[in-house]
Design a protein around this ligand. Structure first.
Ligand code: CTP
Ligand code: MG
Length: 224
């Protein structure tokens, strides 16, 4: 799971992935969700090489299930590509790799299980995504509608995204500007499977998103 991103829209003082959500660093929540899935063999947190904050936190609650890997790059795609490179020799070409955003702390084990179940032995892989429910507007002049964009067939990509090691490595080498793994795999001509995600699995992007994540996690804790 890449964590190397330095939030551009928030978290300038503290990198977004370390902002406190429900009393814990944001990153900790999704790592815990991934670590709770028995079928997931290893959970790797990709850190920026100079990350000084990882070691300041207590990760013992994750019971040795999470391994930090200082392989983060300038972009998300670079971070993932670096990590895959570092896993060469350990990973088999057909091993499944799940890639998740550090900034989606409301992931649950059930969401991960659904992705794994529905992708099954698909030859390509797939991703969690949400069908677009709102009518879409393209801005013309600033803050004025230029056009309505048909929403039929449009999905919002989430993470985790699930692809096989060799395919993903090749895809990222050839599409270094991809903003998700699916885009890189698509650029090789493949058609990844769309698996129903969850609105709770949103990406914390704007400051007000923190409060929403906090509310969701606190509610779950209360009903656990
Ligand atoms: N990421 C990374 N390496 C980077 C940048 C990002 O590993 N150099 C990872 C982080 O896990 C981050 C995720 O990619 O949470 C999503 O990054 P991005 O799509 O850029 O979204 P955010 O960083 O969350 O959003 P923004 O840049 O708009 O703040
Ligand atoms: Mg970013």
């Amino acid at each position: 799971m890449p964590a190397a991103g330095q939030g551009t829209r928030m978290g300038d003082a503290l990198p977004k992935q370390y902002l406190a959500v429900a009393g814990l660093p944001m990153l900790r929540h999704s790592l815990a969700a991934l670590a709770a899935v028995a079928r997931v063999d290893r959970v790797i947190a990709i850190l920026a090489p100079g990350d000084a904050r990882w070691d300041a936190h207590d990760w013992s609650a994750l019971a040795g299930r999470v391994e930090p890997l200082r392989a983060g790059g300038q972009t998300r795609a670079r971070s993932v590509a670096n990590a895959l490179e570092r896993l060469a020799g350990e990973a088999s070409p057909d091993d499944w790799i799940l890639v998740h955003d550090a900034a989606r702390p409301c992931l649950t084990p059930a969401m991960v299980e659904r992705l794994l179940d529905e992708v099954g032995d698909d030859p390509v892989g797939g991703l969690l995504a949400m069908p677009v429910a709102d009518t879409l507007k393209r801005e013309g002049e600033p803050a004025r509608v230029g056009a309505t964009v048909p929403r039929e067939g449009l999905w919002r990509a989430q993470t985790p995204q699930l692809f096989r090691y060799a395919l993903l490595r090749r895809a990222l080498a050839e599409a270094p500007a991809a903003t998700d793994e699916s885009q890189a795999v698509e650029s090789l001509g493949h058609r990844p499977r769309l698996v129903q995600g969850d609105n709770a699995n949103f990406k914390v992007t704007f400051p007000e998103d923190l409060a929403l994540a906090e509310t969701i996690l606190a509610l779950r804790r209360k009903h656990a």
